[in-house]
Design a protein around this ligand. Structure first.
Ligand code: GTR
Length: 328
């Protein structure tokens, strides 16, 4: 047996430590899923985030963005992110709510008074608490992105009142909350992945759908469903999550780099968003979309009671909604 003197032991330890510090943590390319197309602001924001990460880790880590559903539809990519097969995922909060119940609160109809109210909630302690709570479900919440408000659009005739929705087949995201919402409005919900909606509208499988202006236009839905009723029933934001597996592989220093880069990408995304909303609305109008803006909002709001009952199935979620309402 070799017995080292204490001076030698200290020296060997010091060398081992120096080597460990000098060795970079394992370099990685992280795979990111996004359902939107390459030039959509969420995808552009993630590209920017990747650039920041690459710079700040001196090329050790980078992101590879698979936009346009290359890694699958939203529901599947969420499942894959949860098990660690996808590293990061940008989805809307509503489909995530089927995996993380607290996420549903942000998709509740008519909860936010305005975009400013939504931003105040997301940028403050409530937003941080919600992102932090994803951890128990296998996700690390990194940031929210804007998504404007979602409204209902239809193929054959305009919706002016609740009665016009009766029996119409309306496509919704794969989200129990959205299914309940459309049912509460008296229509028939058809849950379909994003990539199938254009065909469903074209073939008449559905009579309409609901989405924000940029999605309505970039997917060409406006060409098939030219009646857009400004229901603005939900402001469910977009969210960027990381798989817990991938997150655990990062050093503390890299975790900070990822978090900061995500936050900066959110600011960048916001700068683009309202201009794109406006531009998309103008494009739809120029193409002949009829916009219905005066409709009995209150009757839509009142019809949502069963949705609140379904989602707020614990006192904690009820308190969260109260906290959101109190934010000025
Ligand atoms: C868009 C959102 C997508 C997806 C889509 C949908 O507004 O950006 O992530 O959720 O809506 O309706 O499926």
């Amino acid at each position: 047996m070799i017995i080292l003197s204490s001076a030698w032991r200290a020296w060997v330890l010091a060398v081992a430590l120096a080597v460990a510090v000098a060795l970079p943590a394992e370099a990685r390319v992280f795979r990111v899923a996004d359902t939107q197309s390459a030039d959509y602001p969420t995808v552009q924001a993630i590209v920017l985030m990747g650039r920041l990460i690459e710079e700040r880790t001196h090329g050790r880590h980078s992101l590879r963005v698979f936009h346009s559903r290359q890694l699958g539809e939203e529901k599947e990519t969420i499942e894959q992110t949860r098990v660690g097969a996808i590293d990061l995922n940008r989805t809307n909060i509503a489909p995530l709510g089927s995996f993380v119940p607290i996420a549903n609160v942000l998709a509740l109809p008519f909860l936010f008074r305005s975009v400013d109210h939504l931003h105040a909630v997301l940028d403050g302690p409530i937003g941080d608490d919600i992102l932090a709570s994803f951890k128990d479900y296998g996700f690390i919440g990194l940031t929210f992105y804007d998504s404007g408000a979602r409204s209902i659009y239809t193929r054959r005739r305009a919706v002016h009142a609740l009665a016009d929705l009766k029996g119409l087949r309306i496509r919704v995201q794969q989200s129990e909350l959205m299914v309940a919402m459309i049912r509460a409005l008296g229509a028939v919900p058809v849950a379909l992945p994003y990539g199938q909606v254009e065909t469903a509208l074209n073939t008449g499988l559905v009579d309409g759908a609901e989405n924000n202006w940029p999605s309505y236009v970039t997917t060409n839905h406006f060409k098939v469903a030219p009646y857009y009723t400004l229901t603005e029933h939900t402001m469910s934001p977009e969210v960027l999550v990381m798989s817990r597996h991938a997150w655990d592989s990062l050093s503390n220093e890299d975790k900070t780099i990822f978090r900061d880069a995500a936050r900066e990408s959110n600011r960048f995304m916001r700068e683009q968003w309202s201009a794109l909303e406006e531009q998309s609305r103008r494009k739809a109008e120029a193409a002949g979309t009829t916009i219905v803006s005066d409709f009995p909002r209150q009757s839509f709001q009142q019809a949502m009671a069963p949705v609140y009952e379904k989602v707020l199935n614990s006192p904690a979620l009820g308190r969260l909604v109260d906290r959101i309402r109190e934010v000025r």
